[in-house]
Each structure stands twice: as structure tokens, then as C-alpha cells.
Design a protein around this ligand. Structure first.
Ligand SMILES: Cc1cc2nc3c(=O)[nH]c(=O)nc-3n(C[C@H](O)[C@H](O)[C@H](O)COP(=O)(O)O)c2cc1C
Length: 90
């Protein structure tokens, strides 16, 4: 299984991830995640298209990671809901 994560750039996945996903992988299970500032656009749709020879087994997006970095870190250390959601997803 591969976890593929990307910041959203211009409503899409970033160029480094584009380089990776266009390598032509087949029959690999992928979980997708992205971080964004409220406009993830068609990021997951485009990743699903380019990974069509593979299996997508989960997607999750994270809003405003930079702005809430401290809060997210504290929440994770306390083992609160965001951490449980991440663990459940992965
Ligand atoms: C060139 C560029 C384009 C971006 N485009 C979007 C966008 O279309 N929608 C959005 O919600 N956030 C957009 N963002 C915000 C990023 O998604 C956000 O900075 C990122 O999720 C945080 O991760 P980072 O610390 O790796 O930048 C953009 C950021 C950059 C630098």
C-alpha cells in the first residue's frame, strides 16, 4: 500500500506528486490525502484518473494545516478526536 499526500496547488495535486503518479504504477493499493486552504478542487478526481490502473482505498483532506499546526499537534499529543480520525483512516 502507498500513502500519497499532496498540498493542493491551483485546485490540483502538486508537481512533485505528478512526477510520481505518472510513473505508470499498476495494481497498487493507495490511500490519498491532501492539505488545502478551503479549495481542494478536483485533486482527488484527478489522482483517481491518473491512478486508474491501481486501487484507491481511502481519501482524506486536511483544511488549514499551517494555520492550525499548533492546535493539531496539541490535539494529537492529547490523543483527541483528530488523532483518532487519522489513526482510523490509516
Ligand atoms: C502555489 C500554491 C497554490 C495553492 N493553491 C491552492 C488551491 O488551489 N486551493 C487551496 O485550498 N489551497 C491552495 N494553496 C495552499 C496550500 O494547499 C497550502 O499551503 C498547503 O496545503 C499547506 O502545505 P505546505 O505547508 O506544504 O504548503 C496553494 C499554495 C501554493 C503555494
Amino acid at each position: 500500500m502507498i500513502l500519497i499526500g499532496t498540498p493542493v496547488w491551483a485546485f490540483d495535486y502538486c508537481s512533485a506528486i505528478r512526477t510520481f503518479v505518472t510513473q505508470g504504477t499498476r495494481n497498487i493499493k493507495n490511500r490519498l490525502f491532501c492539505c488545502h486552504e478551503g479549495a481542494k478542487g478536483k485533486t482527488f478526481d484527478h489522482l483517481q484518473n491518473v491512478l486508474s490502473d491501481n486501487t484507491i482505498i481511502g481519501e482524506m483532506d486536511f483544511l488549514n494545516v499551517q494555520k492550525h499546526k499548533k492546535k493539531i499537534k496539541e490535539s494529537t499529543e492529547l490523543g483527541s478526536e483528530p488523532e483518532r480520525q487519522v489513526i482510523k483512516f490509516f
